[in-house]
Design a protein around this ligand. Structure first.
Ligand code: BT5
Length: 324
């Protein structure tokens, strides 16, 4: 059964998108035309798009957009990030699983990925909309030798890696909104959630959650997100292969992470500033303990936002929601 399937896929791969007659397939596979039809139906169920035309036969239109461990591994060029992949079809939150794995001693670079999160979350226990089959919902375990107060830098590093990967795969140019959003044409497309397992002076692990809206259509977003969220497919006008995007994120992130460990945050900060939209603009920062309006002057070497209010006082902001 699986041998026949493999042969069939090879045939289609050799045909490079051209039609293959049903007769030819049945000859090569050594089975009846009815059996060929059944195999085709099976492929369709797996997410392959196949066109059938009388007299011409069958033609493959597209392969499924899968993000299983195998799909991500095939062609992945990193040395550390994503070398261990933990895939599940459905989870509450990839963050939760990654926390458990980290506690059990999972290696640096371990990646948790899922098709669907039933309880995806943002900062401060907000909900993160994570429907099946259209997004990238993943958490990466890092074990950087840095003190806890420096970990916000890793959120910024991750944002740069994702922005670079999006640019590489889609050609779209994303904007980074401090600290953890990536926007395209002013709408949120990516959210990043950085969490820690640490002592006061030492980080055990950093769990970096990344949520990317990839192939959502506009009407697949719930009402309350429709005006503020977008997906890569909406902006690009075509679907994007999620496994390819994940590979690219891991590759970019590994390069940046190496630079960061060797040379510190400065090179990352320079790249980050190239994508940042809030700098130099008048913004409102909402924190747990109040709201400040002012001009964003930039980020410190630590990754902290400098916000200058109307009296010229500069506030150092570690975490907030920014609006324009
Ligand atoms: C974030 O929080 O932006 C971090 C999101 C991190 C999600 C990933 S997915 C993999 C991993 N596993 C998890 O459980 N989480 C991580 P925050 O800045 O607090 O933004 C949350 C707000 O964004 C919500 O209150 C909504 O307004 C909005 N939102 C929710 N789902 C969204 C989506 N899919 N796209 C765009 N905006 C969304």
């Amino acid at each position: 059964q699986s041998d026949t399937r493999k042969k069939l896929l090879e045939l289609f791969s050799e045909a490079k998108g051209d039609f293959i007659s049903g007769q030819k397939i049945s000859d090569i596979l050594g089975c009846s035309r009815t059996a060929v039809w059944k195999h085709i139906e099976d492929l369709r169920k797996e997410g392959f798009e196949l066109e059938a035309v009388r007299r011409l036969g069958y033609r493959i239109v597209s392969t499924p957009d899968k993000i299983t461990a195998n799909e991500i591994r095939l062609g992945l060029k990193t040395e550390v990030l994503g070398q261990v992949i933990h895939y599940e079809e459905e989870v509450t939150s990839t963050q939760k699983i990654a926390h458990q794995l980290a506690q059990e001693g999972a290696a640096e670079g371990t990646l948790v990925v899922s098709e669907l999160q039933t309880a995806g979350r943002g900062r401060m226990d907000r909900k993160w909309f994570s429907p099946k089959g259209t997004g990238v919902w993943m958490s990466l375990i890092l074990r950087p030798p840095i003190p806890p107060q420096k970990t916000p830098q890793l959120t910024l590093l991750t944002a740069v890696a994702i922005a670079q990967a999006i640019q590489e795969v889609t050609g779209l140019v994303p904007d980074i909104k401090w600290p953890n959003d990536i926007l395209i044409n002013g709408k949120k497309c990516v959210g990043i959630l950085t969490e820690l397992q640490a002592d006061p002076d030492r980080v055990h692990s950093v769990i970096i959650g990344m949520g990317l809206n990839v192939n959502h259509e506009r009407d697949q977003f719930p009402e309350e997100l429709r005006d503020i969220a977008t997906s890569l497919a909406i902006e690009k006008g075509e679907k994007i292969k999620r496994a390819k995007l994940i590979q690219e994120i891991l590759t970019k992130m590994e390069t940046l992470y190496r630079q960061y460990l060797q040379h510190g945050f400065l090179p990352i900060k320079l790249l980050w500033e190239g994508y940042a939209i809030s700098i130099g603009k008048e913004i409102t920062a909402r924190m747990l303990n109040g709201t400040i309006r002012g001009v964003a002057r930039g980020i410190t070497e630590e990754g902290v936002l400098m916000l200058e209010d109307a009296d010229g006082v500069v506030h150092y902001i570690h975490s907030a929601d920014i609006s324009f």
